[in-house]
Design a protein around this ligand. Structure first.
Ligand code: NDP
Length: 241
């Protein structure tokens, strides 16, 4: 049997598409998210799939789910740290609890997942952790201050852990997508930030990325031999600036 793939934030958007592409290729999966009913929909028709209700900010819950899947399918060979939130707003008036949610989920969640699988991977000298960053992990965008801070954080921690793990043959990868219309924007509470986003989208002809192409990119990166690490990929709609 193929090796275990763990995907966080698999209940919608990129994570759901990544799950589909790996399942179609015969990988056993552990799919994580807080909404079990959404995970169940994603997993319909899949073989060898385990679903667990996990909040990535809860280390103990996250670890328990991974150990349970590993007891059934063997050690994790790929962890996709994909779960994330983007609550757009202007720092002048945004509720600080929104900053906290983004930093906890987007940064602490990635660190949690990484620590849970990294030691085994280093011991086995095999394994891959792929972190879903963003173009907002490399450049700034208006109304994105705390989100940008979280994704620059992902960028920095991923590269650091990659350097530390390279001698142990463990791959740390990053994907940096541009705008895609998943559920991500549905959690934004700032009306003006959403208006600004719609105006910006018009500058690229209203065309955003199809999540399927992000999933195909993740699969391509993972499918390289363990000795080859595609460290990061930027992928965006061609007309995005
Ligand atoms: P979605 O909102 O569709 O998916 C986000 C996923 O994260 C959901 O499955 C959600 O599941 C999960 N999630 C959120 N918070 C938590 C948490 N605390 N614990 C566990 N799971 C959580 O958005 P996308 O698919 O677009 O986002 C996926 C990743 O891609 C994010 O990291 C995002 O920042 C990044 N990204 C997205 C871009 C875009 O334009 N869409 C562009 C660049 C990067 P549930 O609610 O069930 O817990």
């Amino acid at each position: 049997m193929k090796k275990l793939v763990v995907i966080t934030g698999a209940s919608s958007g990129f994570g759901a598409q990544i799950a589909k592409i790996f399942s179609a290729d015969g990988y056993p999966l552990l799919l994580l998210g807080r909404r079990l009913e959404k995970l169940e929909k994603v997993a319909q028709g899949m073989d060898n799939v385990m679903l667990e209700k996990v909040d990535v900010t809860d280390y103990a819950q996250f670890e328990k789910a991974i150990r349970k899947a590993e007891a059934k399918y063997g050690k994790t060979d790929l962890l996709v740290n994909n779960a994330g939130v983007m609550l757009l707003g202007n720092v002048q008036n945004q509720d600080p609890t929104e900053w906290q949610t983004m930093l906890d989920t987007n940064v602490m969640g990635v660190l949690n997942g990484t620590q849970i699988v990294l030691n085994d991977m280093r011991e086995r000298q095999h394994g891959t952790i792929l972190n879903m960053s963003s173009l907002a992990g490399k450049k700034t965008f208006v109304n994105h201050a705390a989100y940008v801070a979280s994704k620059f954080g992902v960028h920095g921690l991923s590269e650091t852990i990659r350097e530390e793990s390279a001698p142990k043959n463990v791959r740390i990868m990053m994907v940096e997508p541009g705008a895609a219309e998943t559920e991500l924007l549905t959690h934004v509470t700032s009306k003006s930030a959403l208006t600004d986003y719609e105006a910006w989208k018009e500058t690229m002809g209203g065309i955003t990325l199809d999540p399927k192409h992000v999933a195909e990119t993740v699969k391509f990166m993972y499918d390289m031999p363990q000795e080859v690490n595609i460290r990061e990929v930027d992928i965006a709609a061609t007309k995005q600036d």
